[in-house]
Structure formats: structure tokens, C-alpha cells
Design a protein around this ligand. Structure first.
Ligand code: SAH
Length: 256
């Protein structure tokens, strides 16, 4: 079983009023910083940071309560390198190894809000292309009945599996493969989300989207820059909206 990362941030002003609960096991291990290990309220501190992150997301325009709740629930600090844990709740992308990055919380929330499109309940089956460290997959598992997440880099697929093990998300399925081909066995999908940007939307994604389903992906537009694209599959065909500029790692074919 993977060891959960300690969360070294201490919010004295916030934690001083907290009841002195028995420290969780993870807090009793040596901290990865030079500070003298203290049994601080690890869970409480990271919860406070997440709550603050959620407030900022709401202030920046994220309105979907399901999305805000999911963003508040997933411990982003469990998905970043130990040395970056103190930046885990900042609105920044961070390196996750093999030249890839974990997306900014704001971008994750924005894309999932677009995916949900204001639906009342959870989404059905969702396909994520680009598992990376597994963070967004974990958030998706809170807003969908079933999540298939595919990664082309074996090292990251395995890292995500390790990161996610202790969360025990039974509705999340991690796959190793080229996501440009989608994952036909899980289709049709109520929603498809890509965490890497190509020049166009692969035909397989359009084919595997359910009627009434929605796809959100970064695509390189005619200006040579990436933008978020939303595609809806309707009985009359596909509709497409090109939204704001974004900066994602490239969508690549093949596995490695
Ligand atoms: N959602 C991720 C973001 C990871 S960055 C997170 O929360 O960490 C995007 C990822 O897409 C990278 O890991 C990259 O390897 C992966 N990727 C790029 N092209 C891909 C493809 N064709 N199939 C599957 N994954 C791909």
C-alpha cells in the first residue's frame, strides 16, 4: 500500500482552534521537510487549503456546485511530488515527471463544469484522455457514475495507479494505451475530456461519444494557439464552440 504524503503546510491561525484530535497515522511519520516532526492536523490543514481553493474557484466564476464539491473533496497534494506539496493548492500547473504537468485547478474545474453542462445529477460514463498523475481522474470520479482514464506513458499510468490506490475509487478505471483511439469497450460516453491538445479531434472520440454527449478538449486552432473546444453530439450532427485560449501538453500518438 502506498504511503500517503504528509501535508506540511500549517495554518496556525486556523488550526489553533481545532480540537486536538488524535493525529492520523500519516502525520506521525517524519515530515519531508527539515522541521521537527509534529503531530499536526494534517487532514485539517489540507482541508482548509482546499476550502480556500474552492472559494477562489467560485470567485473566478465556477458555479456548478457538484464541481466545487468534487474539487473540495480531492486531496491534490497527494498527486504532486513531495517537494511541491506546498504549492498543491495554488492555481498553477506543476511538473509530474516525464515532461508532463498536472493541470491548474481552475482549468480542471472549468473543463468539468463545461462537461457537466449544468446537468442535475452525476454524468454517466466518462472517458478522460491523459491520466497523468491521476488528479483530474479522481475529480471526475466524484461527478460521474463510471470513469475510464487512459494514459500513453507507462511511467505515468503506474504513478497514477499508485497515487490513486488509497482513495479506493471503485468507479475509476485506469487504462494504458493510446487515447487517440479512445476506448471502444467503454463507449458510448456521456462525456469525453482530453488533458492534451492535438491539431484536431480524433474521429474515434466523435464516434465513441453518446448521442446527447459532450466532448471538451484543447485543440490547436488556425492561429497556431490552443483553445478549449466543446463539441456536442446531437441527432442533427455535431455542434462546436471554440472558447478561451489554454496551454496543454501535446496530444501524441502511440505508447511509450
Ligand atoms: N489530467 C492529468 C493531466 C496530465 S497532462 C492530471 O490531472 O495530471 C496530459 C497527459 O496526457 C500526459 O500525461 C500525456 O502523457 C497524456 N497524453 C498525451 N497524448 C496522449 C494519448 N494519445 N493518449 C493518452 N494519453 C496521452
Amino acid at each position: 500500500m502506498t504511503q500517503r504524503k504528509a501535508f506540511p503546510i500549517q495554518l496556525d491561525s486556523l488550526s489553533s482552534n481545532q480540537p486536538k484530535a488524535k493525529a492520523p497515522v500519516s502525520a506521525q511519520r517524519p515530515l519531508p521537510v527539515t522541521a521537527v516532526p509534529r503531530p499536526v492536523g494534517v487532514g485539517l490543514d489540507s482541508l482548509a487549503m482546499r476550502n480556500r481553493m474552492v472559494q477562489k474557484l467560485a470567485a473566478s466564476g465556477i458555479q456548478d456546485a457538484h464541481v466545487l464539491k468534487a474539487m473540495g473533496a480531492v486531496e491534490r497534494h497527494q498527486f504532486v511530488e513531495t517537494g511541491l506539496v506546498n504549492q498543491a493548492y495554488e492555481d498553477t500547473s506543476l511538473p509530474i515527471g516525464l515532461g508532463q504537468t498536472i493541470s491548474k485547478p481552475n482549468v480542471v474545474a472549468r473543463m468539468i463544469e463545461l462537461l457537466r453542462n449544468g446537468s442535475a445529477g452525476p454524468l454517466g460514463r466518462v472517458l478522460e484522455v491523459g491520466t497523468g498523475c491521476g488528479y483530474q481522474a479522481a475529480v471526475l470520479s466524484h461527478i460521474a457514475t463510471e470513469v475510464y482514464s487512459i494514459e500513453r506513458l507507462k511511467g505515468l499510468h503506474e504513478k497514477a495507479r499508485d497515487n490513486l490506490r488509497s482513495f479506493r475509487l471503485r468507479n475509476l478505471h485506469l487504462l494504458f494505451g493510446d487515447g487517440m483511439a479512445g476506448f471502444a469497450k467503454g463507449a458510448p460516453y456521456a462525456a469525453i475530456i482530453a488533458a492534451a491538445g492535438g491539431d484536431s479531434i480524433p474521429q474515434a472520440w466523435l464516434d465513441q461519444l453518446a448521442l446527447g454527449g459532450r466532448l471538451v478538449a484543447p485543440i490547436v486552432t488556425m492561429t497556431g494557439h490552443q483553445a478549449l473546444v466543446v463539441v456536442d453530439k446531437t441527432a442533427q450532427g455535431f455542434t462546436q464552440q471554440v472558447l478561451e485560449a489554454v496551454h496543454f501538453v501535446p496530444l501524441k500518438s502511440g505508447i511509450s
